[in-house]
Write a new protein. Structure first.
Length: 84
């Protein structure tokens, strides 16, 4: 959704992901699908629930969801660079 104006610093990245994770934890709609989350974190789901049950489980960690949204440039938040 939002292509960054420039590459974010690690501090900006942390701030964006943290703010988005807070929104998600408060019930904001997701910008990634459950299937995308399952695909990205399938090994972790299999480790936690086993092969059969992992297909039915979803990722509930807001930080992981926000990180995936950040990696796919789907977070509608950007940093306003102050030009000097």
């Amino acid at each position: 959704m939002v292509e960054p104006v420039r590459a974010h610093t690690r501090f900006e990245k942390a701030r964006i992901i943290g703010a988005r994770a807070l929104q998600i934890s408060m019930g904001a709609p997701l910008f990634v699908t459950e299937d995308e989350l399952r695909e990205k974190y399938s090994s972790e789901l299999i480790q936690l629930y086993g092969v059969d049950d992992a297909k039915e489980k979803v990722v509930l960690d807001p930080m992981k969801i926000a990180t995936l949204e950040y990696e796919q440039n789907k977070i509608p938040i950007d940093i306003d660079p102050h030009e000097e």
